[in-house]
Design a protein around this ligand. Structure first.
Ligand code: ADQ
Length: 455
């Protein structure tokens, strides 16, 4: 049997003790085969990027390359995060199009492919992650690699029309078809991709989910990513979780907590969420002083202008809402632009009456699943979930909302806060069962089994 080789922008080498469910799951699969993990070292150098290889204690090898400033700018900041990310999240208005950035994107894919192929052995199986590496199989094939190679897209795949906004759409989609298996988070992503293949690349769909594109067979599948459900359940009962809950408890007094936890990203719908919170307090003066919303939003990609703009917009909005509705002894909406440990988040989720997960677009959204697993079975809170998160295809018993519909979202917050215990329990038990059943190990094994299978 060959080894598993993973390729992703960031690897578990820099996650350390904070490694999340995905890193641990991929790590376990690599460990089982003495595998290799290739990606970016996290270092930016002025010229001639170096690379290093080392082995972890449990036999997983890492192959990490530096990036030059130009590569980091063109490959990472511009093409990956200012072209692909906005288009794939339906924000063509925020996308920048720049041939130079695309050239860097291809060059980094090619460089990493050429580096990795030197370490590949005949029966190895390659698993590539995410939008940074759409052309990776193509680059590997051109370097002579014939082995089994799969791709998982962590973010949404947009509708064919939206995808066609990318000047390079046709080239990229053909390059993607050099993979043997392409995995998506949701049925809606898979349908979008299949429609594009048939309409724009004239794919033969007679054996779907295997498609033939220009003589090559590629399999397409849906693999909704999960969390380490058992570990998260345990985290919610850890001492650090208890401490975090006690600390926020001192701020809350006997008020109910509504919580949101997101990377600060325009796909997460934070301004819309804050507007809905404003509308909720506007409609319900009787609840003033009785409920408090805490939004944790870790700044991310702060070198990209759109992210700086978002930060500014959120600062303004929070100021306005607290100015309008706050009182001497009450802050309606708190926003913390920092990150917390997994245990601390789990503790906050556990005592929150309501979890607000309202992205405008999201591949899956793991916070929704984490909120579910952290609840107290005797007194569970209520999850409010956007219909545009991949998770909505699985978590039917959440209160599903349109994040753009401010007044309905405001009303849904009220419904969640006043939901009787019996209904909360019934909904939560159904949600917990799904999150447990489709956890991160389930997801990994499902994908790898399909990758191993003959097509
Ligand atoms: P993200 O866009 O990063 O991931 P998400 O799925 O919510 O979104 O995962 C975020 C993770 O970071 C969660 O584990 C969460 O607990 C943690 N996190 C978020 N904010 C935090 C904070 N302030 N402090 C500490 N931790 C925080 C992308 C896609 C998603 C897809 C995942 C996995 O955009 O749609 O679900 O990959 O495939």
């Amino acid at each position: 049997m060959g080894r598993l080789v993973a390729i992703s922008n960031r690897t578990a080498a820099d996650a350390g003790a904070q490694a999340g469910g995905l890193a641990v799951a991929v790590w376990d699969a690599l460990k089982a085969t003495g595998g290799l993990w290739a990606g970016w070292s996290g270092d930016i150098v002025s010229d001639s990027p170096g690379s290093k290889q080392f082995e972890s204690e449990d036999g997983v090898s890492f192959l990490l390359t530096d990036m030059t400033e130009d590569e980091h700018d063109g490959f990472y900041l511009r093409y990956s995060n200012s072209t692909l990310w906005p288009i794939f999240h339906y924000r063509v208005d925020l996308a920048t199009f720049d041939r130079g950035a695309f050239d860097h994107y291809l060059a980094v894919n090619e460089r990493l492919a050429n580096l990795t192929i030197e370490h590949l052995r005949e029966h190895d199986m390659v698993w590539v992650h995410d939008y940074h590496f759409l052309p990776m199989a193509d680059a590997l094939r051109r370097a002579g690699w014939k082995g089994r190679t799969g791709f998982f897209l962590h973010i949404p795949f947009p509708t064919p029309d939206m995808f066609r906004a990318l000047p390079e759409h046709s080239w990229l989609a053909r390059a993607l078809c050099q993979f043997d298996l392409i995995g998506f988070q949701s049925e809606s992503d898979r349908t979008n991709f299949e429609r594009y293949l048939v309409d724009s690349l004239d794919a033969d769909a007679s054996e779907a989910p295997i498609y033939t594109v220009a003589g090559r067979r590629v399999r397409v599948g849906v693999y909704p990513i999960g969390i380490d459900a058992a570990a998260f359940e345990e985290a919610a009962r850890s001492p650090a979780a208890g401490d975090a809950a006690a600390r926020i408890g001192r701020f809350l007094g006997n008020r109910d907590l509504i919580i949101g936890v997101d990377r600060m990203d325009y796909s997460k719908g934070l301004p819309q969420r804050f507007e809905a919170v404003g509308a909720f307090f506007d409609n319900h003066p009787e609840l003033h002083g009785k409920v408090s919303v805490t939004q944790i939003a870790t700044p991310s990609r702060t070198k990209v202008e759109e992210y700086r703009q978002l930060r500014y917009e959120l600062d303004q909005l929070v100021g306005r809402i607290n100015g309008d509705y706050g009182d001497l002894d009450w802050i309606p909406l708190r926003y913390l632009a920092r990150s917390y440990s997994r245990d601390e988040l789990a503790g906050l989720f556990r005592i929150a009456r309501v979890g607000l997960v309202t992205p405008l677009r999201d591949g899956m959204n793991l916070v929704a699943k984490e909120y579910v697993m952290a609840q107290d079975p005797e007194d569970p809170g209520v999850l409010i979930l956007s219909e545009f998160a991949g998770a909505a295809e699985q978590l039917h018993e959440a209160l599903i909302v349109n994040p753009h519909d401010r007044s309905t979202l405001a009303e849904t917050i009220r419904i969640a806060l006043t939901m009787p215990l019996e209904e909360r329990k019934r909904r939560w038990e159904a949600l917990r069962d799904v999150v447990r059943r489709t956890d991160i190990a389930w997801w990994r094994d499902l994908f790898l089994n399909d990758l191993r299978a003959k097509i």
